[in-house]
Design a protein around this ligand. Structure first.
Ligand SMILES: Nc1nc2c(ncn2[C@@H]2O[C@H](COP(=O)(O)OP(=O)(O)OP(=O)(O)O)[C@@H](O)[C@H]2O)c(=O)[nH]1
Ligand SMILES: [Mg+2]
Length: 360
């Protein structure tokens, strides 16, 4: 816009004044809106800290959002809550679909609330965005816990990458702890790497199993036995009781064959029936025993510190990788270099060095 000339008529001067007035009213509106938006985050933080479930839900929705406009809000939320986090017991629960994870959590969570604890249930399920399966399942199978004032249930964060889901879940843990939840339960169905991810954000890792035809140890994923702090054979009811007891013996024997973990803990196996609410107290005793022992030795805190380091480095790596591969220049050059490789015009190392030199 041209500046009004200095010695113009009164009429022109008035026009010159009018335009900026119009502009400033638009700007003022924008500013007002932005200020309102800015104000709602401190209010939301207050809501979370004063243990308001609606505020907690809204806060989690913001941190789960991938929209660029929500990123600054998400950061502010975490900043406002982080000092109040870190004060819970984080329990990871895994097992094949249908093993009874949700039924177990319903009973276990209810028991915790009967003791006056506050329970938050989160789910890590990278496949849920496709099927929505676990969301529906959890709604129907945690009917009592959903209504419980001391419990908060958040269905799976959807996402197309496990890394993304993991970040959201870790931040949701922070928010739940800030809202005063003393026990955070993270359910994951054993898909891909999701157990490893949940293991790396929890204090205690529980594997739910079913008793089969005596070959329980077969088909169990490699590494999962090492990760588990306890194995629970579920559905130990009716005709299944005998098989469950046998499985328990077999697992206990196998667990003793593993070298003890660096914290000195030897994983234990128990049986339970989530459906009949049997063996749930035993599971809680086991976890509480573990936690008090680990707090005594200092391992509890050390493990959390290790997890923090892991997640920071992991985040840096992911970011560096995506920055590199999302770079349009790299995308084109990568295709070219692959062709050059195929034609034996370059070596993998030369090609890599060249591509890396382009990303600066
Ligand atoms: N007999 C018996 N059935 C059980 C027990 N626990 C769960 N079930 C049943 O097993 C089925 C699956 O239970 P869920 O709790 O939904 O299993 P889940 O592991 O959460 O399943 P996903 O979320 O689909 O991975 C349901 O029909 C439950 O009623 C148990 O202790 N005994
Ligand atoms: Mg379930």
């Amino acid at each position: 816009m041209k500046k009004p000339k200095k010695h113009t008529s009164a009429l022109k001067e008035l026009q010159g004044v009018e335009k900026p007035q119009n502009l400033s009213s638009v700007t003022a509106l924008k500013l007002k809106k932005a200020r309102k938006q800015k104000q709602h985050i401190p209010q939301l933080i207050q809501g979370v800290l004063s243990k308001n479930k609606t505020a907690l839900s809204r806060a989690i929705t913001i941190i789960e959002s991938t929209a660029p406009k929500d990123q600054a809000d998400a950061k502010e939320l975490i900043q406002g809550c982080i000092a109040h986090a870190n004060k819970s017991i984080r329990i990871g629960i895994t097992g094949v679909p249908g093993v009874g994870k949700s039924t177990f959590i319903e009973q276990f969570g209810t028991l915790l609330t009967q003791k006056g604890h506050k329970v938050a249930v989160l789910a890590v399920d990278p496949s849920s965005s496709l099927s929505n399966g676990s969301i529906l399942g959890d709604k129907t199978r945690m009917e009592e816990l959903v209504k419980n004032k001391l419990a908060f249930i958040r269905p799976s964060a959807s996402g197309d990458s496990l890394g993304g889901v993991a970040r959201k879940t870790r931040e949701a843990i922070i928010l739940c702890e800030a809202a005063g939840y003393t026990h955070i339960i993270i359910e994951t169905v054993g898909v891909g790497q999701s157990e490893t991810v949940v293991h790396s954000m929890t204090d205690f890792f529980l594997l739910l199993k079913l008793a089969g035809a005596g070959d329980e140890l077969q088909g169990i994923k490699r590494g999962i036995m090492e990760m588990a702090d306890a194995i629970i054979i579920n559905k130990a009811d009716g005709e299944n009781v005998k098989a469950a007891k046998l499985a328990k013996t077999e697992f206990n024997r196998a667990l003793h064959l593993y070298p003890p973990k660096d914290n000195g803990w030897i994983a234990k196996t128990i049986t339970c029936s989530a459906l009949k609410n049997e063996g749930i107290q035993e599971a809680l005793d086991l976890i509480e025993g573990y936690v008090s022992k680990m707090k005594e030795t200092g391992y509890f805190v050390a493990k959390r510190e290790q997890q923090q380091h892991f997640w920071m480095l992991q985040t840096i790596e992911n970011r560096l990788k995506s920055d590199f591969y999302d770079n349009p220049k790299i995308k084109i050059a990568l295709k070219e270099q692959l062709k050059e490789l195929a034609n034996s015009n370059t070596s993998p190392f030369q090609a890599a060095a060249y591509l890396l030199s382009l990303h600066k």
